[in-house]
Design a protein around this ligand. Structure first.
Ligand code: MN3
Length: 214
């Protein structure tokens, strides 16, 4: 994804039938090609006549939306968040078989949650606890400590570093699972691309400035 305006829709990183049976083709088609695409289009429209914000990165738009002018602040917050969140959501799934964290991330999961099952339980509680539309997250702080967060609407957990997110807007699962959000979560969990997340976590740790107490 480009770093700033104009943003474009990243292609789905796998075939539309690659996540079967956990997520079906129809859901992926509507979710990626319609919902995600609409957030990209709306964000570009909002910034089209705002040259002073066209150099802002997607992360900056999501993190510093409160600095934007009144007339576009909330719309940019929603649209930029929609782009950021969906980009991470689609990028961090991979066709089953299920994988597990490795390296530094495996150690951090053990340190901060006890084990992977405890992380899953915390994330599931967050996903089921989102009232209305929103997201459940696994995030890292600057020191690499992991936590689970939830956000409403298209808000992001930035400036915390998002590693993984589960979209619990109904459009993410309703076509296939109807109202069964818990069943959707269990199936989504099988698709988490832990090898990729482990590498993301390792790289981020190695590029962050060291803290005095490290
Ligand atoms: Mn969605």
């Amino acid at each position: 994804m480009e770093q700033h305006y104009p943003f474009s829709l990243p292609p789905l990183p796998y075939a539309y039938d690659a996540l079967l049976p956990q997520i079906d083709e129809k859901t992926l088609h509507f979710h990626h090609d319609k919902h995600f695409a609409a957030y990209v289009d709306n964000l570009n429209k909002l910034l089209a006549d705002q040259p002073e914000y066209q150099s802002w990165s997607l992360e900056q738009l999501c993190r510093d939306w409160c600095q934007l002018p009144d007339d576009i602040r909330q719309s940019v917050r929603n649209s930029a968040g929609g782009v950021y969140n969906h980009d991470l959501y689609f990028k961090t799934m991979a066709p089953a078989p299920a994988s597990v964290p490795s390296g530094d991330l495996a150690g951090a999961v053990t340190r901060d949650f006890g084990d992977l099952q405890a992380l899953k339980d915390a994330l599931k509680t967050a996903a089921l606890g989102v009232f209305g539309s929103g997201w459940a997250w696994l995030v890292s702080d600057r020191e690499g400590r992991l936590s689970v967060q939830k956000t409403a609407n298209q808000d992001t957990p930035l400036p915390l570093c998002p590693l993984l997110t589960c979209d619990v807007w109904e459009h993410a699962y309703y076509l296939q699972y109807q109202n069964r959000r818990a069943e959707y979560f269990e199936n989504w969990w099988q698709l988490v691309d832990w090898p990729q997340l482990s590498e993301t976590y390792r790289l981020r740790r190695s590029t962050l400035p060291r803290c005095p107490h490290d």
